[in-house]
Design a protein around this ligand. Structure first.
Ligand code: HAM
Length: 417
């Protein structure tokens, strides 16, 4: 075969696409219950949007963006995440009204130049929400609760909700300085670009995958000791809101998140059914982002949830969803029945019943084989006899039982059985 899907991308084949649809429908319904309205943003944006929002030291911006110049020399990037585009659209179209909350949800591709492995791709898909315009801990609670309800809806049981607070800028800066001086000997052994990134954003060191660094971090200063009092209070209030919602949240200082826009609450939902890429979903509060993007101060909170990862966890934990087949395969017992069946197929489809038929003039036996292969529930067999009698023969393809029914009963029968 000549062509293959590019590395890190995949086709969603018919044997899987019904699972995607079911997941997206479950998400859309949970989001609807909390009053979120869908937004769809373009596949690419001005590169600057992501540099300003995700942060020019984040891995996403420095290493993972698909950036290109268009024919007029503009720098554009395929979206590596959905929050900045949603906020860009929110500001561009004036979706917010002062004093009221705007709730947006989405399902979208994202593009990150990653080293692909199970659960990590170069083109992946997210569903997510953004609650824009509330600083209440109840808003954080709502967002995290919604994520948990979504995974419950998918039938996932082995999930844990990890919550942390990274405070506000001043507290984070104090913590960053303490962390850098504690890790100075380690940093001296690293190359210049690593040190530069560490100095620009010391928090990133906390979720490093380097085992040597992780070992050093055990004794390192904790962010909780450097936070402002109101950040600590908010954290407690969010934990209380979650407890009231019946969500068991685990305070987790190691969760710092890889995007620069977060303030205060950050969280991830993990699943033990996933391998090393165990984060099903991640999100948090971003109270400064909208102002940084030229809008008014607008405290906000949201999450993004990987579709592929949810499907991997669902496959491990939940019985397979049956693939939907067609309702009826129409079989011509005599060649003269063909035209009659073409009309019947049209009438069935008009009534919302899916129908297939043979176009190749195959013998009846081979049509029945096709009917079996198609996964249809019924074969509707019509020959000269049936046409004369105004009836059809209905054969159940699950148990091979067969009976005659009147033509005018067929729609009701297929609908109810
Ligand atoms: P994120 O943690 O970068 O956050 O991504 C959220 C989720 O998307 C991850 O937990 C994971 O399930 C999935 N994901 C991300 N990258 C990949 C990948 N390369 N392959 C497969 N799945 C992936 C954000 O994107 C933020 N915009 C979330 C947010 C919304 N924060 C506030 N509002």
């Amino acid at each position: 075969m000549r062509y293959k899907a590019p590395k890190g991308t995949h086709d969603v084949l018919p044997a899987q696409s019904h699972r995607w649809r079911a997941l997206e429908a479950a998400f859309a319904d949970v989001a609807r219950l909390y009053g979120y309205l869908e937004i769809r943003t373009p596949a690419f944006e001005e590169t600057e949007l992501f540099v300003r929002s995700s942060g020019d030291t984040s891995d996403i911006v420095t290493k993972q963006m698909y950036t290109f110049l268009d024919k007029k020399g503009r720098s554009l990037s395929l979206k590596p995440e959905c929050t900045a585009p949603a906020i860009r659209a929110y500001l561009e179209h004036g979706l917010g009204q002062s004093g009221s909350i705007t709730r947006l949800c989405y399902a979208s591709q994202i593009f990150r130049y990653e080293q692909p492995q199970k659960g990590r791709y170069r083109q992946s898909h997210q569903v997510g929400i953004e609650l824009i315009g509330s600083s209440s801990p109840l808003a954080d609670g709502e967002v995290i609760e919604l994520a948990v309800r979504f995974y419950e809806r998918l039938g996932l049981r082995d999930v844990s909700v990890l919550v942390n607070t990274i405070g506000r800028r001043a507290g984070r800066e104090r913590y960053g300085e303490a962390l850098l001086s504690f890790l100075e000997p380690y940093l001296r052994s690293q190359d210049a670009s690593f040190r530069e990134r560490a100095h620009k954003n010391p928090l990133r060191l906390v979720d490093s995958k380097d085992p040597e660094l992780q070992e050093k971090l055990v004794e390192a200063p904790r962010i909780g000791d450097y936070l402002e009092a109101d950040s600590k209070e908010r954290f407690e209030a969010v934990l209380e809101a979650l407890e009231a919602a019946g969500v068991h949240a685990i305070p987790s200082p190691e969760i710092v998140r890889g995007l620069d826009y977060y303030t205060d609450i950050v969280f991830e939902v993990h699943s033990t059914s996933l391998g090393s890429q165990s984060a099903l979903c991640g999100g948090g509060r971003y109270d400064d982002l909208i102002e940084q993007m030229g809008g008014p101060i607008t405290p906000s909170v949201g999450f993004g949830a990987g579709i592929e990862r949810a499907l991997i966890a669902q496959e491990a934990e939940v019985a397979a969803l049956p693939q939907p087949g067609v309702d009826a395969y129409l079989v011509a017992a005599t060649s003269s029945a063909h035209e009659y069946l073409a009309t019947l197929a049209r009438n069935l489809r008009a009534a919302g019943i899916s129908a297939l038929m043979d176009y190749e003039g195959r013998p009846m036996k081979s049509q029945l084989r096709q009917a079996d292969r198609s996964g249809a529930r019924y074969a509707v067999i019509v020959g000269d006899d049936e046409i004369l009698a105004g009836s059809v023969t209905l054969r159940s393809l699950s148990d091979s039982t067969q009976r005659r029914i009147q033509q005018d009963a067929i729609i009701d029968t297929l609908r109810t059985e």
